[in-house]
Structures are given as structure tokens and as C-alpha cells.
Design a protein around this ligand. Structure first.
Ligand code: NAD
Length: 285
């Protein structure tokens, strides 16, 4: 079975749109600002998708573009201004930043309640403690899809290939919070196949085209291919889709799998952030 990320994302967006309409009735329009430093072409594409998604559900969105040679202090000053704006409920700093600019301080400057990408240390800490607030969007999209597909995480053997802060680590925490048994593999894992063959749920986020082949997959597994790789003029994932698709129980395509879910979760979290900021404002007035 193909896991249709676009269709699942559309379902989530329909729910989000309804929430936006409810907020509008109380005079609140959710606002998202993306901050892009430099002109990385892939980042420009991702930003465009986020703004198109915002327009679909009724979120007001802006893109702030800073020059490649912006200093860390200037970036932080921009974020502080956005933190103060009442019409901005979500702030997203697009990664990667240009070489020489570390993301940690800037990420930690975003107000935790506006951190709709879920990378603030407080939100990451809450995730690890099992009290999830705003969380990284790609892992959230995978959890959302599993729930929608009726997969049981409790007691499931889950294997994640990749241990980045963006995907692998937060997803491992989210799966543990739902009582899966989780193995996390990475570039130093000695024998990848030994682990991946255990997986009832296999998530691959390595950025290596064709890394996962048929013989590495447990028959019937749910497979989420997070990888986005340009090979010639094609975009492919990390899973050798043609050889794996028949042995998998369900598998995401690339493109059209995890990508649209990631955007849908960003929209969802932006509206949730707007809801909670609006109710806090009502409480304070
Ligand atoms: P990253 O480069 O930060 O981390 C890659 C991870 O894969 C590391 O843990 C590394 O140890 C591991 N790895 C690399 N080669 C490996 C190998 N041969 N065997 C086992 N593990 C290996 O990557 P990231 O930011 O997590 O992104 C991973 C991929 O997912 C990229 O292709 C990226 O473009 C894509 N991505 C897609 C979305 C989406 O929405 N679809 C979101 C984020 C990232």
C-alpha cells in the first residue's frame, strides 16, 4: 500500500482550516513568519511550500529574508522584534544557516510559545520529558500518519535510520512517549540491516539515495522515507522504492510522502500556537 502523504496532509489541513475559521470569529488571524538567511535554493523551495500551505488554510504569512553575511546579533535582533509582535504567533528560522552562523542562540531566542518548528531547547526538553508541546514537524507528520493509518505504536518495533536533531532524535523521543521499542541507527552503526530487518515501523532519514534495499526490510513493515535527494533530474528518497514497495506493508513515495505532511504539521502547530496565545491574551485582559 502506498501511504499517500498528500491526502493525509489535505485531511489535516481541512481540520486546521476549520480552526482558523473559529479563531477568525473571535478576531484572531494566525500569523506565521519565516526567516530565511541567504539564498539557498532548496530552502527557498521549502519556504515557498510553507507560504502556499499557509494561504490554503487562511494563515497570514510573511517571509523575512536576511543577507548571507548577516551577523548572529542582527539575526537575533530580528527574532526579538518578531517575538514582540502580537500578530505573529509562529516564527520559523529556516535551516541550514549559511556557514559560520550557528543556529543554537537564534533558535533559543524564539519565544517557546512561538516556536512552531519545535526546536527551542525548552520544547525539545519537554518532548524528552514526555510532556510534548510544540515539536519538530517532520516527526510529528510521521506520528500523525501512523495514527491515521491505525498503526499501533505501543509495543511496536520501530527503527529509525538517522539521528539528526531535526528528524531522528525527536522522532525517537516521540515514539518512546508512545511506548514503542525504538532502535536508532546512524552512519556509525556497524550492520544496518541487522537492525532494519527488525522494524515493523521503519523510518529512514539519512540523505543517502537507495540506502535501504529489499533484503533489509521486514515483510509487512510500515516504511517512511524522509530522504530528499536529487539524482540527475529526479528527486528520490533513501529507500530503493522499486525493490522495496512489494515487500513493505505500506510505504511513502518521494515526493508526495513525508514532505506534504511536514508542511501540514507546521500549519497545525501555527494555529495551535495562535489559539493558546489568544486564550492567554484573553486571560490577561
Ligand atoms: P542529517 O544530514 O542531519 O543527518 C543524517 C543522518 O543520517 C545522521 O544521523 C547520519 O549519521 C545518518 N546517516 C548518514 N549516512 C548513513 C548511512 N550510510 N547509514 C546509516 N545512517 C547514515 O540529515 P537530516 O536533516 O535528518 O535529513 C535527512 C534526510 O531527510 C535528507 O535527505 C533531508 O533532505 C531529508 N529531510 C526531509 C524532510 C521532509 O520534510 N521530507 C525534513 C527533514 C529532512
Amino acid at each position: 500500500m502506498l501511504i499517500d502523504g498528500k491526502a493525509l496532509a489535505a485531511e489535516s489541513e481541512t481540520e486546521t482550516k476549520k480552526k482558523v475559521q473559529r479563531l477568525a470569529a473571535s478576531g484572531v488571524v494566525p500569523g506565521l513568519v519565516t526567516v530565511l538567511v541567504g539564498a539557498n535554493p532548496a530552502s527557498q523551495i521549502y519556504i515557498r511550500q510553507k507560504h502556499m500551505g499557509s494561504a490554503r488554510v487562511g494563515i497570514r504569512s510573511e517571509n523575512v529574508v536576511l543577507p548571507e553575511d548577516v551577523t548572529e546579533d542582527q539575526l537575533i535582533a530580528t527574532i526579538r522584534e518578531l517575538n514582540l509582535r502580537k500578530d505573529v504567533h509562529g516564527i520559523l528560522l529556516q535551516l541550514p544557516l549559511p556557514k559560520g552562523l550557528a543556529p543554537q542562540r537564534a533558535m533559543a531566542t524564539i519565544l517557546p510559545e512561538k516556536d512552531v518548528d519545535g526546536f527551542h531547547p525548552l520544547n525539545m526538553g519537554a518532548l524528552l520529558l514526555g510532556t510534548e508541546r510544540l515539536v519538530p514537524c517532520t516527526p510529528l507528520g510521521i506520528i500523525y500518519a501512523l495514527e491515521r493509518l491505525g498503526a499501533t505504536l505501543e509495543g511496536a518495533e520501530a527503527v529509525i535510520v538517522g539521528h539528526s536533531n531535526v528528524v531522528g532524535k525527536p522522532l525517537a523521543a516521540m515514539m518512546l512517549n508512545r511506548n514503542a521499542t525504538v532502535q536508532v541507527c546512524h552512519v556509525f552503526t556497524k550492520d544496518l540491516a541487522v537492525h532494519t530487518r527488525d522494524a515493523e515501523i521503519l523510518v529512514v532519514a539519512a540523505g543517502v539515495p537507495g540506502l535501504i534495499k529489499r533484503e533489509m526490510v521486514r515483510p509487512g513493515a510500515f516504511i517512511f522515507d524522509v530522504g530528499i535527494n536529487r539524482v540527475g533530474d529526479k528527486t528520490v528518497g533513501d529507500v530503493d522504492f522499486e525493490s522495496v514497495k512489494d515487500v513493505a506493508g505500506a510505504i511513502t513515495p518521494v515526493p508526495g510522502g513525508v514532505g506534504p505532511l511536514t508542511v501540514a504539521m507546521l500549519l497545525r502547530q501555527t494555529v495551535e500556537a495562535a489559539e493558546s496565545q489568544a486564550s492567554q491574551d484573553r486571560g490577561n485582559s
